[in-house]
Write a protein that binds this ligand. Structure first.
Ligand code: ATP
Length: 277
């Protein structure tokens, strides 16, 4: 039965879909991302179990949860790396993300930053941003292509946002760990994503870099929607507007940081030790 459904979806319905890039993102209900009753099983184990999550347009959402709670699997489902067994995943009102692949979803405006920075160390900060801007070209073609005025302006704007204007001609390999993380966020920003997914952005950062990252992510919200997965509770407290707590593949609690911190269920399964830190 499942095979037949997949066959029908891939062979018939996907064929009829217009390219994702050409579809307008419909934010008329103010919600950029819908996950409804999403379940993902690995060999019978439910990494996501009827997960429901709604992210508002322009919101900065923090997702917390113990190891194995399902945070990475959730990101994988949004970006098309993992297909849910059941449930629906919508980008705005109309774009069914389960019907598209990872590169189509990225091109449609969902950028993902993994925990480990993956900048091109042998290229300058500027070249890294150029490469990200023209991600569909080869490295060689990109570095020799001329940027148009709009692209140059966008790169200048992003350099200011990520605070690397003075390092524009520096080789990325010479940046500090924090600066590499910001450059990678910049590489997503040049593509003007609607939604940014950021995985543990402050792991390994100095206190000063953590504070700068908090400012950066806060400055991105509104123009973009941002979903941050993070274990560092001090950091989460400093940026959080709404916090979602995942536990065993479902939402255990959701609300303002104060409510979450005082929620007995959350304290029991996750925050007990973190809160007193
Ligand atoms: N490909 C896979 N095959 C089998 N089990 C998997 C796979 N991916 C994830 N899991 C399991 O699913 C559960 C959820 O994993 P996931 O990585 O989503 O959790 P997480 O909240 O991101 O954890 P962490 O904070 O450690 O990164 C875990 O028990 C994990 O072992």
């Amino acid at each position: 039965m499942r095979t037949r459904e997949f066959w029908r979806r891939d062979q018939v319905f996907d064929f009829m879909l217009p390219p994702l890039q050409s579809r307008e993102l419909d934010l008329s209900h103010g919600i950029v991302l819908y996950l409804e009753n999403v379940t993902v099983s690995f060999d019978g184990f439910k990494a996501l179990n009827n997960l429901n999550l709604y992210v508002n347009s322009g919101e900065l959402r923090c997702i917390i949860g113990a190891n194995g709670a399902g945070k990475t699997t959730m990101m994988d489902v949004i970006t098309g790396k993992t297909r849910p067994d059941t449930g629906s995943v919508f980008f705005g009102q109309r774009i069914d993300l389960t019907k598209y692949n990872e590169s189509e979803i990225a091109a449609a405006g969902i950028g993902r930053k993994f925990q480990k920075p993956t900048v091109f160390e042998n290229h300058t900060v500027l070249e890294n941003l150029e490469l990200a801007l023209q991600a569909n070209k080869t490295t060689f073609a990109t570095l020799f292509a001329r940027l148009n005025a709009e692209q140059r302006d966008r790169i200048d704007e992003v350099l200011k946002i990520i605070g690397l204007t003075d390092q524009v001609y520096l080789r990325a390999g010479l940046l500090s760990h924090g600066q590499k993380q910001w450059l990678e966020i910049g590489m997503l920003l040049v593509q003007n994503p609607y939604l940014l997914l950021v995985d543990e952005p402050v792991a390994g950062m100095t206190q000063q870099e953590i504070e700068r990252t908090a400012e950066l992510l806060l400055s991105l919200a509104e123009k973009h929607s941002v979903v941050v997965v993070e274990h560092d509770m001090v950091f989460v407290r400093s940026i959080a507007r709404t916090v979602t707590v995942l536990h065993e593949g479902s939402v255990l609690a959701e609300g303002k940081m104060d409510e979450i911190q005082n929620n007995p269920k959350v304290i029991e399964v996750y925050l007990g030790s973190e809160l007193t830190a």
